[in-house]
Design a protein around this ligand. Structure first.
Ligand code: ZN
Length: 392
């Protein structure tokens, strides 16, 4: 198909993601969309991007932009999750609304400059987002073991969902959101057809709290003064029950899933509407044991990548997560890692115009320098070189 206002780009490699890498491939774009992908007979009017791999823009499935002004993560590497949460709460208490808006803008700029075009943002209302930058699915966070606080946050989320179709819902985590409130969030996601995101199976301490109602998480909640009698334990197989509850939604993101057991992974795998979001460098910051990402993929679970926030990661550059995995998780096929950074996140967030290069995809790209003549060398170059957004 030829369009008079179209433009053609060719490069050393074109990576459609959902098809094998194309040496010397080309794409034609028109009207903000990809209208043709070719593997030979490069059109004469093509703009040659040279020694570069052309990829779709990146998808960051999980972040919290309000912490984007942190110059470094909070706490020392290996800090326990409950200690870290206490530090984040005291830090957030010192932030005023102007600083929060500044941080959100800075985070959006950082994501745009490093090639992220779509992101799953955990949002704490009230929060305004500037126009431009990456598309955001804004998961309004519902949190609070205290019923008054939980009700307020739920009402705020529902009010936003009523007026803004980019808003979704996020019951924060099993240790911070009572079961009954999670059920209300799931019901709201179902009735409004919005996605849901929730931090789940982050640490063994979370499991101990849910299973037995004791342990370091229980002690931390008590010392923070937020413990409520009667909320824990949840009883047998708490995470399986939670996964099944979330499976009722059209689309849910299981954030982290670090501590998912094999039987729990098998339950996640039954539901193609669930995606596990792995945040590699945040996972490493907490010095957790190896993430079960390979086991998840073997079971057929969709896995997407996130940066999480600058409170647990030095930056919001999703390509650094890709490079971390290419360098540290040799058990993962490189092509799968690229899917996790692109199409899997797009599907998880429900925006399938992003994350791949095919007819109908949004014309949002990035490039990585490479002169590779083999796929093996190509992936080696991707592990070394930066991802640069490309403006068409
Ligand atoms: Zn998070």
């Amino acid at each position: 198909m030829k369009n008079e206002t179209s433009q053609v780009f060719t490069a050393r490699w074109v990576l459609p993601i959902t098809a094998p890498p194309i040496p010397g491939g080309w794409i034609r774009v028109a009207g903000g969309e990809v209208v043709e992908v070719g593997s030979e007979s490069v059109p004469l009017d093509a703009v040659d991007l040279g020694e570069m791999a052309l990829l779709p823009g990146l998808v960051n499935a999980h972040t919290h932009l309000e912490f984007s002004d942190f110059s470094e993560p909070i706490g020392q590497p290996g800090v326990s999750l409950n200690q870290w949460i206490g530090m984040v709460i005291s830090s957030r208490g010192q932030t005023n609304p102007t600083q929060k808006q500044h941080a959100v803008k800075a985070g959006m700029r950082e994501m745009a400059s490093t090639g992220t075009v779509l992101a799953g943002e955990i949002s704490t209302p009230p929060c305004d987002y500037p126009d431009g930058g990456p598309q955001l699915i804004r998961f309004s966070e519902v949190v609070g073991l205290d019923s008054k606080r939980g009700d307020e946050r739920f009402a705020a989320a529902r009010a936003l969902i009523d007026v803004d179709d980019r808003t979704a819902i996020s019951p924060h985590a099993p240790y911070s959101t009572p079961w009954s409130l999670i059920e209300r969030c799931v019901d709201l996601a179902c009735s409004t057809n919005r996605p849901l995101a929730m931090h789940i199976a982050e640490s063994p301490a979370e499991r101990e709290l849910l299973r037995n109602g004791i342990g370091e998480f229980a002690e931390a909640l008590k010392s923070l003064g937020v413990w409520q009698e009667g909320l824990f334990p949840w009883g047998d197989q708490p995470l399986i029950r939670l996964i099944q509850l979330l499976s009722r939604t059209r689309r849910s993101l299981v954030i982290h899933g670090n501590d998912l057991s094999d039987p729990e992974i098998d339950v996640v795998a039954r539901y193609p509407n669930l995606t596990v979001v792995y945040c590699p460098r945040t996972h490493h910051f907490f010095r957790y044991p190896d993430h079960p990402v390979a086991r998840l993929q073997a079971a057929g679970v969709r896995v997407a990548l996130g940066t999480d926030s600058r409170a647990s990661n030095p930056d919001l550059n999703l390509w650094k997560e890709v490079q971390y995995l290419l360098c540290h998780r040799m058990d993962l096929p490189p092509g799968n890692v690229l899917e996790m950074a692109t199409v899997n996140g797009a599907r998880a967030l429900g925006n399938t115009q992003y994350g791949e290069l095919r007819v109908g995809s949004a014309a949002v790209f990035g490039g990585v320098s490479t002169a590779a003549s083999s796929v093996e060398q190509l992936f080696s170059d991707l592990a070394e070189n930066e991802f640069q957004p490309i403006q068409c």
